[in-house]
Design a protein around this ligand. Structure first.
Ligand code: 5GP
Ligand code: MN
Length: 334
């Protein structure tokens, strides 16, 4: 971050303020961990922060400290709009364009308070007065740790803040294995553990928390998987009917996409998940190595993300979406 920006933010934070903190729609471990980590830090510094998520977060994150205070814009629009309008400062974390907040984007676009963006996605929009945007980081949580350090407030880090930050670093790095995981990441993790983070318990809360039906759903996704060996690509699908038959709840499909890369020799994979309510097919893309799924998602599926993990959507049927995907893959040289 630029030194002038840090000084300006220090000045803004020198007096107590009403502050809104916003993650992206469909918040994941990094979005929730970063916003709640910052929430606890601001609370400690006598501010009045509120985390406002565009829509609900999955159950497997509901143990995060402070998650019970999170307001959900799509459930409580009037109240959330009021909090946003009264906020003197707005942090947007783990995303870089208002449209990533769904219908909340129209409210955000009208606000006049200054925005601070902390984010690691490519091609940020230009709405923030202060930007800490860097795609070299594996997680926004790691950047929140740095942000607190830049402000000269490292002594404020405690077990609660550390737990939130640890969670996002863990989930967004695929348990410390994705590119972007550096020596620094591990040095920060070591500090967080020294602050009391329960590093053996958090993965249990996050990953060993499935219902039986979720595992059955995973089984279906694995059975549906197709391999396009020539193109080092795999993909799978889950229709709304399949989700319904396995009593799908939010969060159940998290991480399933990664199984597609676990086949030897596969470097590109996707999962297509039907969402009848929103009338879309939500897509997750993952790659290993040089194939840039962010560009692929941007070019063909109205999405984006990072070079090895991205998402997108399709407004046509599952059948047509998969047909389009296969046709594109057939032209790829991976
Ligand atoms: P996931 O597949 O886990 O939902 O998302 C992978 C990455 O892509 C995350 O960094 C997420 O923020 C980003 N992403 C997911 N869906 C979209 C989308 O529809 N548009 C954009 N721009 N990014 C997305
Ligand atoms: Mn992230």
């Amino acid at each position: 971050m630029k030194i002038q920006d840090i000084q300006a933010i220090q000045l803004l934070l020198a007096t107590p303020k009403k502050i809104a903190i916003i993650p992206h729609r469909g918040p994941d471990g990094d979005a929730m961990g970063s916003t709640l980590g910052l929430y606890h830090f601001l609370l400690k510094n006598n501010h009045q922060p509120t985390v406002i998520a565009p829509n609900d977060f999955p159950d497997f994150l509901a143990w995060l400290p402070g998650s019970e205070t999170v307001k959900i814009f799509e459930k409580d629009t009037e109240n959330c709009t009021k909090i946003l309008e009264e906020a003197e400062l707005i942090f947007t974390l783990d995303f870089n364009a208002f449209h990533r907040t769904g219908e909340m984007e129209h409210t955000l676009a009208k606000l006049t308070a200054p925005f601070i963006m902390i984010d690691h996605h490519q091609k940020p929009d230009d709405y923030a007065a202060y930007m800490y945007s860097d795609t070299s980081f594996g997680s926004t949580c790691e950047m929140v740790y740095n942000f607190i350090s830049f402000l000269g407030k490292k002594e404020d880090l405690d077990k609660t803040i550390a737990t939130c930050i640890y969670t996002g670093i863990l989930t967004d790095s695929g348990s410390f294995r994705f590119p972007g995981t550096t020596g620094n990441t591990h040095r920060i993790i070591a500090e967080l553990i020294d602050l009391g983070v329960e590093n053996t318990q958090i993965p249990v809360l996050l990953f060993d928390n499935s219902s039986y039906s979720r595992l059955q759903l995973l089984g279906r996704a694995l059975q549906n998987m197709k391999v396009l060996e020539e193109h080092k690509t795999s993909y799978t699908t889950l229709t709304q009917a399949e989700l319904d038959s396995f009593d799908y709840v939010k969060g159940d499909t998290e991480g399933i996409v990664n199984y597609g890369l676990s086949i030897k020799g596969i470097v590109f994979t996707a999962i297509f998940i039907e969402n009848k309510d929103e009338k879309i097919i939500k897509i997750s893309f993952r790659s290993q190595g040089g194939f840039d799924v962010n560009q692929f998602a941007r070019d063909h599926f109205n999405g984006g993300g990072h070079s090895n993990a991205a998402g997108g959507r399709s407004d046509v049927s599952m059948e047509e979406t998969v047909k389009k995907f296969e046709a594109l893959v057939n032209k790829l040289k991976i």
